[in-house]
Write a protein that binds this ligand. Structure first.
Ligand code: CO8
Length: 258
């Protein structure tokens, strides 16, 4: 049943995951997020997959948590069930690169889901926002934490405190996303980025993702030490020998992910 909510296509070492709930605004119900987590875990375990593109419908990447399901929640249930915590935390354990391709709305949990991805590409009509304040709640999946780390305090405060959405161009200018495309080009551009990453050595790509993420969790000196250790460890890989030899031979490397 879960699998129907998330379509999976595999192309040249890249998995394209599409949120496909019945409501094309993709309200992030527990069922949908569980299906997404399940799909991500399967792609993580698939040795043929080196990068993952996550997209939504033409109308929305996701319009946030399922408001209907949340409306009657009380504190005891939310706390007791660890609402959001239990499945959302697993998304950030994905070690392969995750690229969000956002068309339409990315609001509340939808914006937070995009921020959990490593790279965000959006179509020029996409809208990003943290409208939770308008519902009388605080963002619950990283809006107050990942957003300021990504765009700085003032822009994050503006979005979280007013709840007003911003355009893709504004999101690009404050550093929330990496690239803006036309609608037509959204998936081709996201897939090209994913395929370009997938052509590199998988263990190196995974180590880079881990190191960049570490920079948000550690002091600069700890982060630099972590990076140095990964850098040194990289000399144990066949792909380091191949990458450098290929450069010196003036040819493309043939990485074996080992
Ligand atoms: N949850 C449940 N149903 C929704 C949601 C939602 N987030 N968004 C839209 N819908 C439903 C509407 O109720 C409506 O249902 P129906 O057809 O039965 O009346 C249908 O989808 C279509 O919606 P609209 O008629 O409103 O469509 P519009 O095109 O007029 O507007 C909008 C589209 C702007 C996206 C509008 O629907 C909207 O503002 N939606 C709510 C956005 C929002 O507030 N999101 C934040 C939710 S809170 C949150 O995300 C907390 C994060 C916690 C972490 C994540 C945990 C999963």
């Amino acid at each position: 049943m879960n699998r129907l909510l998330v379509d999976i296509e595999k192309m040249s070492n890249v998995a394209l995951l599409r949120l496909a709930s019945e409501n094309n605004l993709n309200p992030l119900s527990d069922l949908l997020v569980n299906a997404l987590v399940d799909a991500l875990m399967r792609m993580e375990a698939d040795p043929d997959i080196h990068a993952i593109v996550l997209t939504g419908s033409d109308r929305a990447f996701a319009a946030g948590a399922d408001i209907e399901a949340m409306a009657s929640l009380n504190y005891v249930d939310a706390f007791g069930q660890d609402y959001i915590g239990k499945n959302w935390d697993r998304i950030r354990t994905v070690r392969k690169p995750l690229i969000a391709a956002v068309a339409g709305y990315a609001l509340g949990g939808g914006c937070e889901l995009a921020m959990m991805c490593d790279i965000v590409v959006a179509s020029d009509d996409a809208r990003f926002g943290q409208p939770e304040v308008k519902l009388g709640i605080v963002p619950g999946a990283g809006g107050t934490q990942r957003l300021p780390r990504s765009v700085g305090k003032s822009a994050a405060m503006l979005m979280c405190l007013t709840g007003d959405a911003i355009s893709a161009q504004e999101a690009l200018s404050i550093g929330l996303i990496s690239r803006v495309t036309t609608r037509d080009q959204l998936l081709p551009v996201a897939m090209e980025i994913a395929q370009s990453i997938a052509r590199q050595s998988l263990p190196v790509v995974m180590a880079i993702k881990e190191a960049v993420n570490r920079s948000f969790e550690s002091s600069l000196s700890e982060g630099l030490l972590f990076e140095r250790r990964l850098f040194h460890a990289g000399f144990s890989l066949r792909d380091q020998k191949e990458g450098m030899k290929a450069f010196l031979d003036r040819r493309q490397p043939e990485f074996t992910n080992s």
